[in-house]
Design a binder for this molecule. Sequence first.
Ligand code: MG
Length: 166
Amino acid sequence: MLSEKLLEAINQQIQKELYSAYLYLSMSAYFEAHSLPGFAKWTRMQAQEEVEHAMKFYDYVNDRGGRVVLLAIQQPQVEFNSPLEVFEAILEHEQLVTASINNLYTLALKENDYAAQVMLHWFIDEQVEEEKNAGQIVDHLRMVEDHKVSLINLDHQVGKREAEED
Ligand code: MG
């Protein structure tokens, strides 16, 4: 059984992952509206990944005999000033998610919940990837601003993203 505290924290994490999906989908809609299909695809795929993250926690709560409680999801940001602003927001958002996952891990340590610690290892690794990917695109978009690469080329390159296993 999950402790009461850990159960509550994981239910909050499910909400955060679903909010992430909502945020990425809102960003995807922004890119669609600005005729940047590559960025639209990337953020849409990311939205899908966030739903998968939420479902990993959802399944985990059920596997451990806990009760999933879905919390309200706030409206995400609608308008952005530039692709760079979007990806800076993504990087900042993922850093917040990393902090949240780290807090869950600290709680699992305090509660001596070894199984939850093992489950969280996957998310700790995943956040390294998320921050790396977002940070790289932020760097590339800064190169666009410095006229080292064109936005259309970068959009095309980002749109080559393919679905990952697991
Ligand atoms: Mg996530």
